[in-house]
Write a protein that binds this ligand. Structure first.
Ligand SMILES: Nc1ncnc2c1ncn2[C@@H]1O[C@H](COP(=O)(O)OP(=O)(O)OP(=O)(O)O)[C@@H](O)[C@H]1O
Ligand code: SF4
Length: 269
């Protein structure tokens, strides 16, 4: 589906929200790895980080202390590479200290999200991933309202862990999508099993399969599961591209398979 867009969103073909019912389930991790996998598949990708209180993506992509510049049409996003295949806009770039806590009231957050949606000069992108805060908040509504003014949203990906799946949070997220008319593109189960750093064997320390069951129950697509992999967390800590570093790992296969399913669902060649 090609987007009906205007302004800075005019050349952004697909917009996908990344949601989670709870914090800490790996939403930013999945956003980052999906972006890297999409780039690996030859796509031009952008990430809009509207997790205003915990902007972790600049660190995960090792571009923490980058400056945002202005151009005639707005803010130029920060690119991870000279070929400009992966672009990021995050509040983290606008803070003097990247570890500074953002304690803002709703209207100020909503205004910044409005600017993020309209004023970032993305240029041509195949996919824009929007990393949102956990739960459903004013920020989510602000993203939806502002996106609808300039673009159309393809849908949302829901990230959960095997434990979080049994809580009400993820169901509330599904209800939010239904009420706001956002299509659920699929559910991803993160931290699904543990990959041993010594022998690469995957053990099911916690339960597994809840994400798939939830997808069946709610009539959603199950996009796949990503194991808890110490090599993935150390890559994220060091801001290294896991996909480039471990192309033969089971975790890469899992992320890549989710990426391919997403490309198929969005009908991107
Ligand atoms: N599959 C995984 N394997 C190893 N570590 C992981 C995995 N997924 C997430 N992590 C680690 O778990 C921590 C939390 O992940 P992340 O910041 O992505 O969560 P989040 O859901 O975006 O949190 P929040 O929205 O509350 O900021 C990070 O340190 C990340 O490196
Ligand atoms: S999975 Fe095997 S190698 Fe890994 S910690 Fe357990 S026993 Fe050791």
């Amino acid at each position: 589906m090609e987007q009906n867009t205007d302004g800075n969103m005019a050349q952004v073909r697909h917009v996908v929200l990344v949601l989670s019912g709870k914090g800490g389930v790996g939403k930013s991790t999945i956003t980052t790895e999906l972006a890297l996998a999409l780039r690996h598949a030859g796509k031009k990708v952008g990430i809009l980080d509207v997790d205003l209180c915990g902007p972790s993506i600049p660190r995960m992509l090792s571009i923490v202390r980058s400056d945002v510049h202005q151009c005639d049409s707005g803010w130029v996003p920060v690119y991870t590479d000279a070929q400009k295949t992966l672009a990021l806009m995050s509040i983290g770039f606008l803070l003097e200290d990247p570890d500074e806590a953002v304690v803002w009231r709703g209207p100020k957050k909503t205004a910044l999200i409005g600017q993020f949606v309209s004023d970032v000069a993305w240029g041509e992108l195949d996919v824009l991933l929007v990393d949102t805060p956990p739960g459903t908040s004013d920020e989510h509504l602000a993203v939806l309202e502002n996106m609808k003014k300039h673009s159309s949203i393809d849908g949302a990906i829901l990230v959960t862990t095997p434990q979080a799946v049994s809580t009400g949070d993820v169901r509330r997220e599904i209800t939010f999508c239904k009420k706001t008319g956002v299509k659920i593109l699929g559910i991803i189960e993160n931290m699904s099993g543990f990959v041993c750093p010594h022998c690469s064997e995957c053990s099911n320390v916690f339960s597994k399969g809840g994400g798939e069951e939830l997808a069946k129950l709610t009539g959603s697509v199950f996009l796949g599961s990503v194991p808890l992999d110490p090599l993935l967390s150390s890559s994220l800590e060091e801001g290294k591209d896991f996909i480039q570093s471990f192309p033969n790992s089971a975790t890469f296969s899992a992320i890549n398979s989710i990426c391919q399913t997403l490309l198929n669902n969005l009908e991107i060649d």
